[in-house]
Ligand binder design. Structure first.
Ligand SMILES: Nc1ncnc2c1ncn2[C@@H]1O[C@H](COP(=O)(O)OP(=O)(O)OP(=O)(O)O)[C@@H](O)[C@H]1O
Ligand SMILES: [Mg+2]
Length: 268
């Protein structure tokens, strides 16, 4: 089966500003390649500054790599323009750590989700209000909350709204960058369960960025371990967890006390 996503030889260097004599170059991505099949979840782990978010942004087409390519469903992302780019944005959606990125504080959260439907012209105009409520139910939110402003929701509820907005366009791939890191432990478990439900029920593929191997173990089929801009280990999640080959992965596993934190039980 053809891969949904292919990343080949990605390199990205940032130059930190200041006067010429103080400039510093940071190699964020140093030759990254990976592939992901339809409906698969890849957990991307690594220490702070290892390049996870940069890779996520390159996949989303938000950062342009210096070298290498990102190919989604057979087309190189950097070459997309106009309608093709809009179509890519419909099919590949981000979820960030901070849901405020997709929420306008002046709007009701229902309007924020509706905006996503309007933007991609999903369904008829009359249909969209009903779809908003369906999306609220889909992410486990009471549809009555659609009339509230984001400040009147909890952090977990706001992240659910952001996920509803991401799902509005019916994406085939979600790139989630630390989507639970800012939430309380118990809420983290609920949101992780939601991601697992979406994978099961909608078959959405995802790249799930986290620094927490415990999270990866529960949400991913595959894992990719980043270290200083490179992927040092990739494979099926059980294989990498049970038989890590790279010293850095072993160190991560040994240092990770969160591995025993399981998502809370849920109803079937
Ligand atoms: N826009 C930018 N301008 C300059 N440097 C950047 C930029 N984005 C990332 N970097 C640098 O690139 C490197 C990789 O950063 P990146 O944010 O991808 O790491 P990360 O693995 O997501 O880290 P974290 O776990 O802290 O989120 C870091 O050294 C970072 O400072
Ligand atoms: Mg990051």
């Amino acid at each position: 089966m053809a891969d949904l996503l292919r990343v080949e030889g990605l390199r990205k260097t940032f130059t930190l500003g200041g006067p010429p004599w103080a400039r510093r170059r940071v190699v964020a991505l140093d030759g990254v390649s990976l592939a992901l099949g339809l409906g698969r979840t890849l957990g991307l782990v690594g220490e702070s500054g290892s390049g996870k978010s940069t890779l996520g942004r390159c996949i989303l087409g938000l950062t342009t790599p210096d070298e290498g390519s990102v190919t989604f469903d057979g087309t190189e992302v950097a070459s997309l323009r106009g309608r093709a780019l809009l179509d890519f944005r419909r099919r590949v959606q981000p979820v960030f750590q901070d849901p405020w990125g997709s929420l306008d504080p002046r709007w009701t959260v229902g309007r924020s989700v509706r905006e996503a439907l309007d933007c991609f012209r999903i369904g008829t105009s009359a249909d969209r209000d009903r779809r908003v409520l369906d999306l609220f139910r889909r992410v486990g939110l009471d549809p009555d909350l659609a009339g509230r402003r984001p400040t009147r929701l909890s952090g977990g509820q706001r992240q659910r709204v952001a996920i509803a907005a991401a799902l509005a366009s019916g994406p085939e791939l979600i790139v989630a960058d630390e989507p639970v890191s800012a939430l309380d432990m118990s809420v983290q478990a609920q949101i992780l369960n939601l991601f697992m439900d979406l994978r099961r029920d909608l078959g959405v593929a995802s790249v799930f960025v986290t620094h927490d191997l415990g999270v990866v173990k529960h949400v991913s089929d595959e894992v990719a371990v980043m270290f200083r801009g490179r992927l040092v280990e990739t494979g099926e999640v059980e294989e990498v967890m049970d038989r890590p080959r790279h010293d850095y992965t072993r160190a991560l596993l040994a240092a990770n006390p969160a591995l025993h934190v399981l998502p809370a039980p849920r109803s079937p």
